[in-house]
Structures are given as structure tokens and as C-alpha cells.
Design a binder for this molecule. Structure first.
Ligand code: NAD
Length: 327
């Protein structure tokens, strides 16, 4: 097996992702892939890859600055030209992701279908929380949260009707863990996780698979915050194979997954719930009683890995039994 950080992905998947001969079998012929923010960085790498594997690609990009100012058709056009010059099929779309229906319409009008949606477009408005303005908060949430929602919502009826759809949403380590100067971005990016989990649950019945990635890659977003030698090993190309595997038709089981990846490393994340404490719901439930149980609340030596709201019910059921137990 290749050298990489492998965590709880099953061995078979890992081989599919990383063995070059297996990768060469991943084709997307007759499928339409919509990539938002495909004029540069990660989005461009996805677009070039999917087109090289036979897909029709909608190259969406608003073409503004990484702060979300301005717009231009050039970013998308350059990528479309590159794809066509290499013999691939692509069309440009210059809408903001806030106008998701226009982007999905481009896929339907030009290629008659949509199979894969990669919600990738993004901007930054980094600023300390103390100095954050409504505009910084709103713009980030409009592009990342509302934009991903509008694109997925426009694709959804097509996915349901054809009983096939693949979605990748893009989170960030900043969302998973928080990061200085990124309160707006962190909130929007963790939002992608909850959004994906729900799409995975609602989509399951219709063969709609949704996963979320927290990538790291050299792009204009990271160009000024990481040294060149580190960026050298973080080509967007090293994120693409995992995304390709997750959105391929051969993936019928991996859904609702959260993956951190970049620079050849890939790892799945999950929630972990500590042992916890159960207290009687009467006058004895005081701050002091909680304090006496605090070690249990924080005890990860005995833990669970919840995957849905229903998982908490087990704890509540125990609680109910305890409440009704004779004194
Ligand atoms: P990038 O700036 O190179 O690419 C983002 C693209 O999105 C740009 O081409 C931009 O024009 C486009 N875009 C911005 N707003 C848009 C809008 N409203 N509508 C349509 N297109 C729009 O950045 P990247 O690093 O390739 O980032 C891609 C995604 O990955 C983003 O969602 C970003 O938040 C996320 N991400 C990147 C990193 C990283 O290390 N590069 C880390 C974590 C998350």
C-alpha cells in the first residue's frame, strides 16, 4: 500500500482510492458533473480531472477576488478552454452559487442531466471577532452556506427523479476546530457538516450519496499563509482522487462521511461521546450534583460514536428507568 495516513476507511476503499491502476478504471462517461468555484484552486483540479475521465463538466465560477469582490467570466472560460483543448466536454457558468438554479440549469440545458454536484466555491473574510462586521459574516454565509444550499436544492429533484446523485460539500479544519480570525468562516464551514449529514440521510432512499471534505491545498486562499515548501506538497491534485472515489457510482455505501485530506494524507472523522452522567430529574439535580459527576461527563475511556439524534435516546431511556426506579 502507498505511504499515507490511513484511518478508519476500510481496506478495500483505500485500495480503490490510491492504487493508480484502480484509479484509471474510475470513469464518468455520460455523467454530468457540476463543480462550483471551478475557475481555480481545488475546483479547477476537479473540473480537469472529471473531464479527463469522460464527464461533461459545468465549470462554474463567479471570477471575483478571494475576498468576494468583483466578478469576471475569465476564470471559468480559461478552464473550459483547457478542457476542450484536451478533447473534453465542458461549459462555463458565471453565476454566483447564490443563484444555484442557474448553475444547475446550465447542466440540464447543455447536457440534459446532472449526476454529481461538487459544492466547492468559497471566499474568505478573515478578521478578528472583535472587529467583525455584519457584512463579513453575511457574505461568508451567503457564499458557503446559502450557496451550497441553493445548488443542492436545485439539483435535488433531478437526483430524486433519476434515483442517482452524488454530492460533495466542502468544510474546513477551521470549521471543525475553530481558527483565529475565522469566526464567520468556521460557522459556515461546520454548517457544511450538518448540512451533509442531513442530505445523506434524506438522500439514502434515492441513491443520493453526500459526503463532506475538509481539504488542505495550495491555492490563492492559502498562498499567503503557508511557506512555499509546504505548499509544494499540497497540490489540489492530491485532494481529487478521494473526491472522485466518493462521487463515483461504485460508491454506494460511504455517505455522510467527513474526511480531512490533502498532501497525500486522508482520514475520516467522527463524533465521539464520553461515558456521560445520569442524574435524577428532581431537586437533587443541582450544579453541585453535576460537579460531582463531572469526571463521568468527560470520561472518554468509555465512549460511543453516535451517528444520529436517536443515539442519545439510549441514554435517555436509561435515565427514564432510573427516574421511575423505587427509591
Ligand atoms: P480558490 O480561491 O482557489 O477557489 C475558490 C473559487 O471559488 C474561486 O475560483 C472563486 O472565484 C470561486 N468563487 C468564490 N465565490 C464564488 C461564488 N459566489 N460563486 C461562484 N464561484 C465563487 O480557493 P480553494 O482553496 O481552491 O478553495 C476551494 C474550497 O475549499 C473553498 O470552499 C474553501 O473554503 C475550501 N477550503 C480550502 C482549503 C485550502 O487549503 N485551500 C482549506 C479548507 C477549505
Amino acid at each position: 500500500l502507498p505511504q499515507l495516513l490511513v484511518l478508519p476507511i476500510d481496506l478495500k476503499s483505500e485500495v480503490i482510492i490510491h492504487t493508480s491502476s484502480a484509479m484509471s478504471e474510475l470513469r464518468f462517461d455520460n455523467q454530468t458533473v457540476v463543480v462550483t468555484g471551478a475557475g481555480g484552486g481545488l475546483g479547477k483540479a476537479y473540473a480537469l480531472f472529471f473531464a479527463s475521465r469522460g464527464a461533461n463538466v459545468v465549470v462554474n465560477d463567479l471570477g471575483g477576488s478571494h475576498h468576494g469582490e468583483g466578478k469576471s467570466s475569465k476564470a471559468a472560460d480559461v478552464v473550459v478552454e483547457e478542457i476542450r483543448a484536451a478533447g473534453g466536454k465542458a461549459v462555463a457558468n458565471y453565476s454566483s452559487v447564490e443563484d444555484g438554479p442557474a448553475i444547475i440549469d446550465t447542466a440540464i440545458k447543455n447536457f440534459g442531466r446532472i449526476d454529481v454536484l461538487i459544492n466547492n466555491a468559497g471566499i474568505l473574510r478573515d478578521i478578528s471577532f472583535k472587529n467583525m462586521k455584519d457584512e463579513d459574516w453575511d457574505l461568508i454565509n451567503r457564499v458557503h452556506t446559502y450557496g451550497a444550499y441553493k445548488c443542492a436544492q436545485a439539483a435535488w429533484p433531478h437526483f430524486r427523479k433519476q434515483k442517482y446523485g452524488r454530492v460533495i460539500n466542502t468544510a474546513s479544519a477551521a470549521g471543525l476546530f475553530g481558527n483565529f480570525g475565522q469566526a464567520n468562516y468556521s460557522a459556515a464551514k461546520l454548517g457544511q457538516v450538518g448540512f451533509t449529514e442531513t442530505l445523506a440521510k434524506e438522500g439514502a432512499k434515492y441513491n443520493i450519496i453526500a459526503n463532506v471534505i475538509a481539504p488542505i491545498a495550495a491555492s490563492r486562499m492559502t498562498a499567503t499563509i503557508m511557506p512555499p515548501d509546504v505548499l509544494e506538497n499540497l497540490k489540489p491534485d492530491w485532494v481529487v482522487p478521494v473526491v472522485a472515489r466518493l462521487v463515483h457510482s461504485s460508491n454506494t455505501t460511504e455517505t455522510g462521511g467527513i474526511y480531512e485530506l490533502g498532501g497525500g494524507a486522508v482520514a475520516k472523522l467522527r463524533w465521539q461521546r464520553a461515558k456521560g452522567a445520569l442524574l435524577k430529574t428532581d431537586d437533587s439535580l443541582t450544579p453541585g450534583a453535576i460537579a460531582r459527576k463531572w469526571a463521568d461527563v468527560n470520561d472518554f475511556s468509555v465512549c460511543e460514536y453516535p451517528t444520529g439524534p436517536a443515539d442519545f435516546m439510549g441514554l435517555l431511556e436509561q435515565g427514564l428507568k432510573m427516574q421511575s426506579a423505587p427509591k
